[in-house]
Design a protein around this ligand. Structure first.
Ligand code: WAQ
Ligand code: MG
Length: 239
């Protein structure tokens, strides 16, 4: 079967509003474009003034399949408890966990993610304002939207991200002011973190923690260009 990468990015006067990455069969391309165009108009950050859609045929032999991470929830009553939980998860991987957490909470309106070296704590993405945008990823046999869309898309994205051997972990905070559940992905597990920020907070970003000696260009090529379909068990995130 021929698959297509369908990508959407939307902005208002240069400010990133929304983006989405899908991989769908030909028969779903037009409906997917319509859905993503509408999403850019309905975004909680405001209706996007400018939306770009890109449709690109993929080489079927290049598509890799990986299993979704296992999902767990760390009950956190408030953002302070959430920070402690994040720190406990990341500290075994890097002495720079605090800096990573601080930078992720301070970033605004990036289209992509920060790349942070576990060994030095240094930022490694070529464009700090934009970050590195993960693309060419979707669930195997992705269906149309369900109520849990944000969480499901995040699970799919992070399953691609941490499947790369040079990516040790991911920290994510939604930029939707009222979406207050974030996550940490590492070692085969996606840990949901409720109350990661206060409702109404404009914080929102992603950081990928890279192994010492990682080939940065190869990691970026994988994240941006190499197509991955993620096998998501149907009951995942429905609980
Ligand atoms: N690649 C890299 N970074 C991205 C991408 C991408 N494809 N999409 C978003 N980001 C970055 C960017 O900096 C955004 O500002 C930030 O992440 C947040 O993006 O289990 O909705 O789309 O319930 O707001 C978490 C779900 C949802 C947790 C996260 O992120 C759960 C979410 P958003
Ligand atoms: Mg968002």
């Amino acid at each position: 079967m021929t698959y297509f990468s369908v990508r959407m990015r939307a902005s208002t006067q240069g400010r990133h509003i929304s983006g989405a990455e899908r991989i769908v069969p030909a028969a779903h391309v037009s409906a997917t474009c319509a859905q993503l165009a509408q999403r850019a108009l309905d975004h909680p950050k405001g209706a996007a003034a400018e939306t770009h859609l890109t449709v690109e045929a993929l080489d079927p032999d290049a598509i890799r399949r990986v299993d979704a991470l296992a999902v767990t929830v760390a009950e956190c009553a408030d953002p302070d408890a959430a920070r402690e939980t994040i720190h406990a998860l990341l500290a075994p991987l890097t002495p720079h966990a605090d800096a990573l957490i601080r930078e992720t909470f301070n970033a605004r309106d990036m289209r992509g993610a920060m790349l942070i070296c576990a060994d030095t704590g240094a930022r490694r993405e070529p464009d700090r304002e934009r970050g590195v945008r993960v693309s060419h990823v979707d669930a195997v046999e992705a269906t149309t939207s369900s109520g849990k869309e944000a969480a499901r898309e995040a699970l799919v994205l992070s399953s691609k991200v941490v499947a790369h051997p040079d990516v040790l972990a991911e920290l994510c905070i939604s930029d939707d002011p009222d979406y207050t559940t974030g996550y940490v992905a590492l070692a085969g597990t996606y840990t949901r973190i409720p109350n990661i920020k206060a409702a109404g907070s404009p914080a929102g970003a992603r950081a990928f923690l890279l192994r010492k000696g990682a080939d940065i260009n190869a990691v970026i090529h994988y994240l941006e260009r190499e197509p991955v379909l993620v096998r998501v068990p149907s009951e995942e995130l429905d609980a």
